[in-house]
Design a protein around this ligand. Sequence first.
Ligand code: ADP
Ligand code: MG
Length: 698
Amino acid sequence: MNQLRKTEIKYLPGVGPKRAELLAKQLEIRSFYDLLYYFPFRYIDRSTIHHITDLQGEMPYIQLKGRFINFTPQGEGAKRRLNALFTDGSGTIECVWFNRVKQIQESYRTGTEYVIFGKPTLYKGYYSIAHPEVDVYSPAKLTGGLRGMYNLTETLRNRSFSNRTMQQLIDNLLATEAVARIPDPLPQEIIDKYHLMPLSEALKNIHRPTDINSLQKAQFRLKYEELFYLQLNILRYSSTRNAKLRGFVFSRVGHYFNTFYSEHLPFALTGAQKRVIKEIRTDMGSGRQMNRLLQGDVGSGKTLVALMCMLLALDNNYQAAIMAPTEILAAQHYETISHLVEPLGIKCALLTGSTRKKDREAIHSSLLDGSLQIIIGTHALLEDVVQFRNLGLVIIDEQHRFGVAQRARLWSKNVNPPHVLVMTATPIPRTLAMTVYGDLDVSVIDELPPGRKPVTTLLRTEESRLQMYRFLGSQLAEGRQVYVVHPLIQENEKLDLHDLEQGYRTICETFPSYRVCYVHGKMKPAEKDHQMQLFVSNQAQIMVATTVIEVGVNVPNASVMVIENAERFGLSQLHQLRGRVGRGAAKSYCILMSKHQLAKETKHRLHVMTETNDGFIVAEEDMKLRGPGDMEGTQQSGIAFNLKISNLAQDGQIVQLARDDARSIIDIDPKLTSPKYADLGHHINEIFERDVDWSLIS
Ligand code: ADP
Ligand code: MG
């Protein structure tokens, strides 16, 4: 394996220094190994031959069998190209080459029977194929039909590096001794358990499948190993970390927790809240440092869980901190929490960028002497001047706004790192959570407090705008408040801001008797907070805003959210936004406004919203539609998504298998150094050598 990594691609027959440079630049293929693991993205069935008359609409890569009628060079110099008319008896199609004109004209003849292969494109009612692959027809070649298609760049194609060139290089590579004798790092017990195809055979079949069955076996084998190695790596680090980092032991459930639970709980906990608190309590009492992700849909009551965990910390003489991504959120938490803990005589404070210097100094010193037990704040908590007497628990709300590095800074706030609870309403599908946060434990609140009415979501077009305004009017008349949200997308900022202003004016004109506030991300924080506050206090009844309101704001009296240009939002984002309504007793609505004509995929996406209120379903759909690399939260998580063959959206089951197998091996041999697993450990080191030490950052 190592030998394949070390052998530069230029030494492969058919490559040479020039192509090597091209491959490195265009596809990051530098070694034999890189090429071997550059898998086809698709397979074409070469046993099927199409007829020109049957071509219809958007066509995939296809084969045609027939003869060239003529070759006509056209243009001069750089514009020179070769046109050829091809017929299969049912009709004719044009073939075009933009380079190697002379060469091609010399090598193909009219009259000979060929099979041509390419993607027909429709232009002005006629199909043509650019740069088709051309083979002399022979029935033998058409059997055994599956042909791999490789992702190539435009530059490669322009340098006459085609799919067939790739195929030839792959053939040369597969024929080398090194590939034939490639060692298989997977433990025999695993190979036996799933009857996995041996590695060299799998690599041959992934590139040159003999039939569909062997292809599937090869795919399973390669997906499995990819995910298995990934899981091993993640678990290996987390077990090293667990061994290294002792956690504070919160052994007592004491006065604060018990008094709050029996006397001051504002409502009965849901079953899910109880379960999750128990999980967290067990974890914080185990002697291991806790790193836990708490997932709960918007409105599921994470704040109360956070508070009760903080009370546990206090009961064991530790301080607790809660960090929110924005000032307004921090302020809301402060309001809720300080109100709830007041009867217990607990001291808590709010620390943000706009805390006055004098207050700030007081907070700093009371954190240091331990008289301040709970601190709630923003990034301001991360500053070096903020030091604690004995910080035991840190809770991070709405995690995806915080980077990995910022989280790491919290660890230095005590001699041993405090327990960390990350709360998120972005429901990360299980397979993704396992891969991204492989070493975080996950708790899920999968139940909403009783009495919540699901938000009714409607999809409307411009034609119903007046009707929509009438509806807003009736809700406002009932004393409700309304959000109107506009997209703000970086590339298009100017235009969007214009839309937003326009939208604001229209709303002001349509509802002259109500106060309208206005918030967007480009505003100064103080102005933004002022505007938000107008809405929170019901001085303003309508808020026109961009997605800055997406996270956490709690205005139970708001019962309608209108989302303009809804087609421009991602599903998870729409779900987050929708979570701002339906928090009070009133029946709530989310109205998605969109253009009249939508692409099929977009329509499907928006319909997911009208059909379910379940954040997990929304997230799964989102991942299917967009792919996991695109999911909110994964970018910042720092794990590079360069999976070569597995698809987290589709291969959940394999993730699970790989995870379980990796777990049982790591349990026996955490460092992979025993004679039995040393080779495996060595292999993992090789694969992940360029990676950062994730064990240090959670
Ligand atoms: P999120 O999980 O989105 O942060 P919050 O913690 O803000 O949700 O809770 C949403 C609302 O639900 C709050 O108004 C809170 O007081 C209320 N709530 C929380 N837990 C319960 C419960 N067990 N029963 C009834 N209402 C609850
Ligand atoms: Mg919240």
